[in-house]
Write a protein that binds this ligand. Structure first.
Ligand code: NAD
Length: 502
């Protein structure tokens, strides 16, 4: 019998639902005094609790705590930071089931994916913990007359602002390298899924993180998020979310010249050539858009399929989409859960009308499912072309748009004909073609004959409207740290003598 995971999740959030969820600042829980907003269970529509929008004073207090804690944390030896961050990972692992259950409850993500996402969060901490001792290391760049030595130092208190699609895992991905680098953090999780962030900050303190090093504040984007990104004591903003929010944050941070790292939206193509292993390609096509309810930045939401195999491939695809198991996220058999919020559901629903008005066909789905939860039927749009809105806009739901192509040149042109450029997936058994197309695709990450398999030392990020900067490996440290060069003269090199009477 399956454990009652809903009960586990409700138990985990019980300490935060009797009164509105506040903040965690300077090592202690703060009840909060700002207005509160509802947090709902997407699979039932029932209210789980409320959370508080931080007041200006509370936001200032969180940034002040991060600023106060910064010098000591930055000076803490890398070995010590490593030890504490490994302990954070240990505690995440110990509570992985609880964290995963909270993600199912709060974000509506299916258990089959969340059971691994919590462990991925622990892995993120371990990966950057191991690199903390060498984070400050630089290069030696000698010339004939100087020895140039570079080093890195943490930039200061940073803001981390995250979305609701896989809230826990995404937060660890940003917060772990920031802490490993020696920065202090003020985290603002998404207002629609705030609970797992609270678990994370409490775990981090239980693991021995000093007070003020990692602070978590709740609130809305336009108020708390805005104030955080405008705050003069915040030195950098790591943001994951929509592209237009990224633009707003860039404006908000402009006056204080903030360094920004943006992981934004995507409209990622999966290109299937007729020489590919079509069985594996089909598995990957279905997995990469219908897993995580399609609420995934790297989802392959556009299928570009070669015309010679189009009808046969799409018929098999439609069959698989019809058979997807939509249901309770806590059920291990569920493949697609609910969308996060009624507002998001209504956006996703709206595309069915747009698709037909633009001339596409709804081959499967295209409608809200009955009940109080925010369930949407897995949807397949066919007969689409690149000019249509369903081929251009990020829908962020279990919705796939199919576009046929003729040859390699046509595939590349269609793949690149969007504003976004996060990821691209390519299925072909022609080695030369895989290299040519990978080079030509305008995207930060390409997977060939593979679904999205993440290797933490590799760079993660997008081009065009999909982002600025890269995560992963040393790229993360470059963002959270300032590089300094010290030039030491090795001898008496010539210095022009000014102000000397000849
Ligand atoms: P969103 O941009 O609406 O919100 C993200 C966060 O920004 C939330 O915490 C929100 O409160 C905050 N925010 C909103 N307005 C703000 C403002 N003016 N100033 C400061 N903060 C503000 O995004 P979302 O709807 O929560 O998430 C979905 C989006 O995230 C999708 O576009 C998806 O592609 C993207 N995403 C990208 C990646 C990636 O790695 N590229 C990963 C996951 C999600």
């Amino acid at each position: 019998m399956q454990p009652d995971r809903r009960k586990i999740a409700l138990g985990a959030i019980a300490p935060f639902t009797g009164q509105p969820l506040g903040h965690f600042v300077d090592g202690v829980a703060v009840a909060g005094e700002g207005v509160s907003f509802a947090v709902t269970d997407p699979s039932t529509g029932a209210q789980l609790g409320e959370a508080r929008d931080a007041s200006e004073a509370e936001l200032d207090a969180a940034v002040a705590a991060a600023k106060r804690a910064f010098p000591a944390w930055a000076a803490t030896p890398g070995d010590k930071r490593k030890q504490i961050l490994h302990r954070v990972a240990d505690l995440i692992e110990a509570r992985a089931e609880e964290i995963a259950a909270v993600e199912c409850l709060d974000a509506g993500q299916a258990w089959r994916f969340m059971s691994k996402a919590a462990l991925r969060g622990a892995e993120n901490f371990r990966f950057f913990a191991d690199r903390a001792p060498a984070a400050a290391d630089g290069q030696s760049l000698p010339t004939a007359e100087h020895l140039n030595v570079t080093s890195r130092a943490p930039i200061g208190p940073v803001a981390v602002i995250t979305p609701w699609n896989t809230p826990f895992m995404l937060s660890t991905w940003k917060i772990a390298p920031a802490l490993a680098a020696g920065c202090t953090v003020v985290h603002k999780p998404a207002e629609w899924s705030p609970y797992s962030a609270r678990l994370l900050v409490e775990i981090a303190h239980e693991a021995g993180l000093p007070a003020g090093v990692f602070n978590s504040i709740n609130g809305l984007g336009e108020t708390t998020g805005r104030r955080l990104t405008e705050h003069r004591d915040i030195k950098a903003i790591a943001f994951v979310g929509e592209s237009r929010t990224g633009s707003a944050i860039m404006r908000q941070g402009a006056d204080t010249l903030k360094r920004v790292h943006f992981e934004l939206g995507g409209k990622n193509p999966v290109i299937v050539f007729d020489d590919a292993d079509l069985d594996r390609a089909l598995d990957a096509v279905v997995f990469m858009i219908y897993s995580l309810n399609g609420q995934r930045c790297t989802s392959s939401s556009r299928l570009l399929v070669q015309r010679s195999i189009h009808d046969q491939f799409v018929a098999r695809l439609a069959e698989r989409v019809r058979q997807l198991k939509v249901g309770d996220p806590f059920d291990s058999a569920t493949e697609v859960g609910p969308l996060i919020h009624p507002r998001h559901l209504s956006k996703v629903c709206g595309y069915a009308e747009i698709a037909t008005a633009d001339g596409a066909t709804i081959a499967v789905g295209g409608e809200r499912l009955p009940g109080d939860g925010y369930f949407y039927s897995p949807t397949l749009y066919t007969n689409a072309d690149v000019s249509m809105r369903i081929a251009q806009e990020e829908i962020f739901g279990p919705v796939l748009t199919v576009i046929p192509f003729d040859d390699e040149v046509d595939a590349i042109a269609k793949a690149n004909a969007v504003d976004y450029g996060l990821a691209g997936y390519l299925w072909t058994n022609d080695l030369g073609r895989s290299l040519r197309v990978s080079n030509a695709l305008e995207a930060g990450m390409i997977w060939v004959n593979s679904e999205n398999v993440r290797h933490l030392p590799t760079p993660f990020g997008g081009v065009k409207a999909s982002g600025i900067g890269r995560d992963g490996g040393d790229w993360s440290f470059d963002f959270y740290m300032e590089t300094k060069n010290v030039a030491l003269a090795t001898g008496a090199h010539k210095i022009q003598r000014l102000g000397v009477v000849a």
